[in-house]
Design a protein around this ligand. Structure first.
Ligand SMILES: Cc1cc2nc3c(=O)[nH]c(=O)nc-3n(C[C@H](O)[C@H](O)[C@H](O)COP(=O)(O)O)c2cc1C
Length: 223
């Protein structure tokens, strides 16, 4: 009886914690910018050193929307193509202390449909995350993490053998969106696949059902 009571209490705490998770509505993205696509393609470079100038919430919102946001709300189509419209990717962002004006340091999950952020971890884990991979992570105000739900992909595609191929192709589309949007905003980034996934996932507290694929530090390029 005592065990049942304890289990019920734990469940109540878990549900309360989930319900109270901080949700931040993001500013609407702009659908027009000042740089042409051709210029962004021409200027795009992998940038690994950044100034400590923070990003604005508007810039963060624009970067996340460009990466994997909703561009056709009725059918919930996105800025990146998706095999069989599976949309198996999840986008997270690690924000360092003073990394984004008005946003506390932590790890957030991007909800594309609501265009909002849900905080999954409080505190600055930038240095810890950098130790699991590229030094660029350690100097960027934010890192965008693209992860995938492989099971969801396998379910929608109906074939677990092809799911990883579809997922990795889709990540490439989303990551290029991020590169080009960062460039168009005068920011720089670098996709990194060279990190210790298990340690990075533990630092970021990203649930195990997601496979981390890219960690992309973003910031103002240091000239
Ligand atoms: C699949 C993939 C993995 C990459 N992983 C890393 C990485 O772990 N660390 C890094 O600094 N750059 C990484 N890069 C960036 C490449 O080094 C970079 O694209 C290349 O040097 C060409 O430079 P550019 O992007 O400026 O054209 C990766 C790129 C790709 C496509």
């Amino acid at each position: 009886m005592k065990k049942v009571f304890a289990a019920v209490l734990v469940m109540i705490f878990v549900f309360a914690a989930i319900a109270s998770a901080t949700v931040i509505k993001l500013p609407d993205p702009a659908f027009d910018g000042t740089m042409s696509l051709e210029r962004a393609l021409y200027l795009r470079r992998s940038i690994r050193d950044y100034t400590d100038q923070p990003l604005t919430l508007q810039q963060l919102a624009q970067l996340l929307w460009a990466t994997y946001g909703i561009s056709e709300p009725e059918q919930k189509l996105r800025t990146a193509p998706s095999g069989r419209r599976a949309y198996p990717l999840e986008v997270f962002v690690m924000v360092s202390e003073n990394g984004v004006v008005g946003l506390e340091a932590g790890v957030y999950q991007y909800d594309a449909i609501e265009h909002s952020l849900k905080q999954i971890l409080k505190g600055d884990v930038r240095a810890q995350l950098a130790r699991t991979g590229s030094a660029a992570i350690g100097v960027a105000p934010i890192s965008v993490i693209i992860a995938a739900d492989m099971e969801k992909a396998a379910q929608v595609l109906g074939n677990p053998d092809v799911a990883p191929k579809y997922v990795y192709l889709e990540v490439g589309h989303a990551a290029q969106n991020l590169y080009l949007q960062a460039t168009a905003l005068g920011l720089g980034c670098v996709v990194t696949a060279g990190f210790r996934a298990e340690q990075a996932q533990a630092v970021l507290k990203i649930p195990e059902k997601y496979t981390l694929i890219y960690i992309t530090p973003v910031g103002y390029p240091k000239q």
